[in-house]
Write a protein that binds this ligand. Structure first.
Ligand SMILES: [Zn+2]
Length: 56
């Protein structure tokens, strides 16, 4: 079943890509000069979309 091997290979590539994207997103959020907007129990940065919960 060639298709199975193909699918597994694709999944592996996508996982690798996902990991890279997560790292990139994390880096962007770490370096962001946040501008939070508060919304119910969370606040979200309008620039990088980082979400923080408000603990009170
Ligand atoms: Zn931000």
């Amino acid at each position: 079943m060639n298709r199975v091997i193909q699918i597994k290979e694709e999944m592996k590539q996508l996982e690798t890509q996902l990991e890279q994207l997560k790292k990139e997103l994390n880096l962007l959020q770490t370096n962001c000069d946040h501008e939070f907007k508060t919304n119910n129990y969370i606040q979200e940065c309008t620039k990088c979309h980082l979400i923080e919960s408000l603990n009170w």
